[in-house]
Design a protein around this ligand. Sequence first.
Ligand code: BGC
Length: 782
Amino acid sequence: MLHREKLERPDYVYPADEWRMVEKRFYPRLLAQNETFFSTANGYLGMRGCFDEGTPCFSNGTFVNGFYESWPIVYGEEAYGFARTGQTIVNVTDATIIKLYVDDEPFYLPTANLVDFERVLDMQHGTLHRDLLWETPAGKVVSIKSRRLVSFEHRHLAAITYEVTVLNAGAPLTISSEMVYRHGAKNDDGDPRRHRGFAERALHPQQNYSKDRRVVLSHATKRSQMTLACGVEHSVATECSYSVETRCSEDEAKVVFSVAAQPGESFRITKFIAYHTSRSAPVAELCERTERTLDRAARQGFEELRQGQRRYVDAFWKRSDVEIRGDTSLQQAIRFNLFHILQATARAEGVGVPAKGLTGEGYEGHYFWDTEIYVLPFLTYTEPRIARNLLKFRHSMLDKARQRAREVNQKGALFPWRTINGEEASAYYAAGTAQYHINADIVYALRKYVNATGDNEFLYEVGADMLVETARLWRDLGFYSERKNGQFCIAGVTGPDEYNTVVNNNTYTNLMARENLWYAAATIETLRDKRRVRYQALVDRTGLEPHEVDEWKEAAASMYLPYDEKRGIHPQDDDFLDRRPWDFENTPPDKYPLLLHHHPLVIYRHQVIKQADVVMAMFLLGDEFSMEEKQRNFDFYDPITTGDSSLSACIQSIEACEVRRIEKAFEYSRYALLMDLADIGGNAADGCHIASMGGTWMVVVYGLAGFRDYGGRFRFGPIPPARAEEIRFPLTLRGQILDVALGREGITYTLREGDGLTIWHFDEEIRLSPEDPSCSREHAEA
Ligand code: BGC
């Protein structure tokens, strides 16, 4: 149950529009969240949607994925094996700023007399626009148009055009295009979802220089020893006469255009912005790379970049769009979610997906299980290449995970609960390190990817090592308990639900670990029997002993799962049912999320849940529960699940669909869909909830269309959509594209591309082929 005030979508702020998020007025109250929503990013580089002029501003933010500074975690009381190195994404040099002065009067949005204002995140073109008309106190009417893009095609590049026209008079204009590195302040507000900030500067100046209208500033971090160069170049289009002056110092640079504007004549600058970062390259080299990026961009010009952007985004929508017929506002919200996933992942090469993408500093730019369980399903079924990159990135952290397993006295590998550089960065072990399920989540995503794509080579080349090491960890972590009839138990772990920590036999963890062990054993046996050379190489890399595989199988076969006969449910862990019920009746809506109002111990001793846990397992491993079990579990857990994590509502919606609690399914789906737009968590200012955005796609595909992919079998079990007349989406399955159209009367499956595909509609097998590409079925009676 969601213990929240009524949900409202602020339609008056963002009028319904299929492809665009449009803001028609400037709402100071929504300044912070709009900076998040109007962010532009490409998975490598991200810029919050702050106004070009730099003010007013809640939090300027430019981020490079994986560019962080580390810091020693200081504990009041130390203990062996605690995580040592905190990592925080750095808010890097801000190159977005373009200040405007007309008759030497600064343009300042909050006090300006705005005749017209429109800001648009154009999700079809991949650009951010702002058009406004300002009447100066002297009666001059100034048109200001800006266009911003962070290029999907050119990973290191962003560009802004800024065009000023004084419509009814001549005037001296000053346009100051700036770059600045500001070191922020430490943040001590006690909200663990926010970022901590740095007490001292994170970036230390290295080279800085200017050449005509070009400036390059470079910096390095001290502890993580990363290097960064940021450069800008300008081109001008105008009939007006102007002069230029360039200045730069260590943390700041300005290219100032002084223009004699004629009535109706426009002055337009295009600012090309490039970032290069490295863990090893010296700054001088990064500066060179930056200049090369700028040279090429300036040669191409903005228009060509814009067209390239459009092509990229077109291709994205072709393979990933969810079309909603008959409800524009729903359509907009879905596309908003999908577009932000694109922005968080498109060029995330050799890095992960931060919990907030690159839209804010919330959760410090860390990578969590959010990537594998919430974002990868979307990518696996729409852009498997990116899913593969992300799995490969996890694999690149395997050595650190091995090291971490040793630190916590275990064999195999333990992936960090939260991290940027592969080291565990969670300073609160109970809700951090203890979430060993991250290992199984990664393996789950790997299996899903392999089943969906048939990319066995990836499994054998890259996945196998992760399988060996994660299986080893589980085998070593668990034990055969006499008190549980010799079954294999896993004690002292935390499941997905962070309101019950360090528990014994978390059902989710045991189920997922079992799956992990099975998959590891089956894969290694196939390799051993069919790919001898690969197998030998794997043995060589991992020191695998033949008896290990048998041990994994034995542990999986004896895995203990808590079960309560009386209720016919799976308790979340061994002691869950012994805890005290939470007094929901006397907890007013403003006391949620509970974590901001109660000591963790108070929460831990109650039967209260932050986010889907057993219900999550029912979704991920649905073929291991009967429908009756699912219904009983759902009905038991639903009333005690607060949804205090944004990761919950989507999963609750999917399972409500499955157990046919239809009204709840739609209610939760709205929460998932509007998690950001309606600012349900009250923290949209700190960045988008990327996991929930991925969850929104899952609600459509796994919830409404009832798609399931257990064991590589593609099965649908749809229910009619409520508000929409029809929902259409494509899935990439084994390199083929299947279009699904879900209507009120029934569902149609069409093979758009490919040489033949077998799918299931409930238990009916359907074969689609180029000759016979389409098949429709009516909805079953409720
Ligand atoms: C959730 C985690 C999640 C993290 C980052 C927390 O509030 O409980 O499951 O991984 O946020 O999104």
